[in-house]
Design a protein around this ligand. Sequence first.
Ligand code: CA
Ligand code: CA
Length: 635
Amino acid sequence: MRALLCLLATGHVLLAASDKPNIVYIMCDELAYYELGHMGNPYLKSPRIDRMATEGIRFTHALAASPVCAPLRCCLMTGKHAGHASVRANDGGTPLRAEEETIASLLKARGYATGGFGKWGAGGRDSTGVPEKHGFDVFYGYYDQVHAHSFYPPYLIRNSEEVELEGNTGGRSGKTYSHYSIMEEGLEFIRRNKDNPFFCYFPITPPHGMYDIPADDPAWNLYRDEAWIKDKKIAQDVKNYAAMVTMVDRNVGAVLDLLEELHLEKNTIVFFTGDNGGQDRFRNDAHPRGFFGPNKNPRTGAEFRGGKGNLYEGGLRIPFLVRWPGMIRAGQISNLRFCQYDMLATLCEITGARIPGDTDGLSIVPALLGEKKAGRAQEQHPWFYWEFGNMVAVRWNDWKGIKLRNREQWELYDLNKDPGETKNLAAHHPEILGRISELARRNHSPAQPGTYASRQRHERDRWAKWGTSKPQPAPRSARMHRIKGRNLVPFERMKLVRFSSENQSNNRRAVFAIDGRPDTVWHSLWSGPVAKHPHELVIDLGATCRVSGFRYLARQDQGWNGAFADTEFYLSDSPDKFEAPAVKTTFRKVKTAQTANCAKPVQGRYVKIRILSEVNGQPWASAADLAVVETPTKN
Ligand SMILES: [Ca+2]
Ligand SMILES: [Ca+2]
């Protein structure tokens, strides 16, 4: 209501200057605060974005509404903080509810053409959350986030229908690079709507992994002479990441050039930002905070703690630039603290659209245009609220409280004196923590996500990440552990007879538990219904064996989800009938191969593996590989 009154007071000023300005909102997936040239990054090149930073306003304290993709997209679109948002899980497919208003639906009601190009993440196909039911005339790209992991999927989605990408089978290579297609369609949308007001939302996927970019992309030209690009010891994915950032830079240039060509520059406000805070990816000894130092100021060495996926500043700080020639004074740097959930009120004010009374956001129009032009001072949030996974955080003025939900103790930091969140002051300020925990309690309401009419097409989209391609070995597979040893039943000889569940949509198939490849993983079902213990696999050894034991290799990435704890192994001559276990064991939380030896050799052709618990007490099961050890035969 407050925002609405402000709008009534100031709307005419804006409209007189620019009647229904166009909006372009470019949000890359993952590109972090210090990963741009003008922020001093020593590796990454972003000349057009650097120029854009000098042509408008740059914000130093723009905050993600959530440290991961899906929830923040919901918060951005609906103007709600994470304690009120319908999408809180990052499973890729949780949908908005049918009745929820979004920036697009509000702008559409104001007479705007609305287009989205990139990754939606707020509802898969046949759910209540699809973008075309939330105000978008057209949305082209990925609805589901797992689908979006591949730049070469067999198809993309336009308004819930499949658009084939020629020559693609999913995975990491193919003929049609999806991002080119997405950018082309977005630019065409701008061209087509040059005579109407438009909202062009570009939630583009680069530089999110998988880190793929065509070898002939012009971005490479900017790196040709760099010694580190020629260094064979540096993984190709690291180099690809740099080229992807520079490709995004070219995309930003293409948007700005098109606006100039269409004489729309002065009537279009352009945003360039990231989605969540940076991840310390590509870490090594020389770069402990990640090769590109997403959360480390290259000029001062100061660091944001944490990163993507948690609520320390590293997970929340995002780049944020805005350009609007003639309306936003060039060369400004603003320290205003604001959050993605402020965008709905901001864009509605700029366009004269209705601002719903239940938004958690505030318009930042005075900060953008100047308080004189806006006709009022910039309001500040007294507090911000976040929750994700088992973490909750509140920023109250300079104080930030962070808590793991299953622990009683808050951590408390004074971000003014300690922006790196290094000194926990919780013990010294119980009164501040009292206020913060009260704010946390007041701001959390249970999530009410939308629903699916059918999961079938959504699952198909998730599966399309790999399509008919095989996952390639991860770049670090040479460093993975594997199951080795004498007298193993050869992996090629083992056949999967049956399994209790598998997560097909993420390509975590049961057969991967016995393929001898540490980079392929079986995981029990977690999308849709979660399959619970006990989990089972039944394997045919191809012939009757005298078995002395079993080996288990946990998944070789950073995660532990599904790692076996209490496990039983059975042997039998029949695939359908198993009596007492040949051995019971409790595996430890380690990444190396572990052995369970039978007290004495047991004979049989069929093995049943029954998993009763997981190392962290979660409901699932996963395995990189399982092997069977035969008793050596004496000749
Ligand atoms: Ca992201
Ligand atoms: Ca495997």
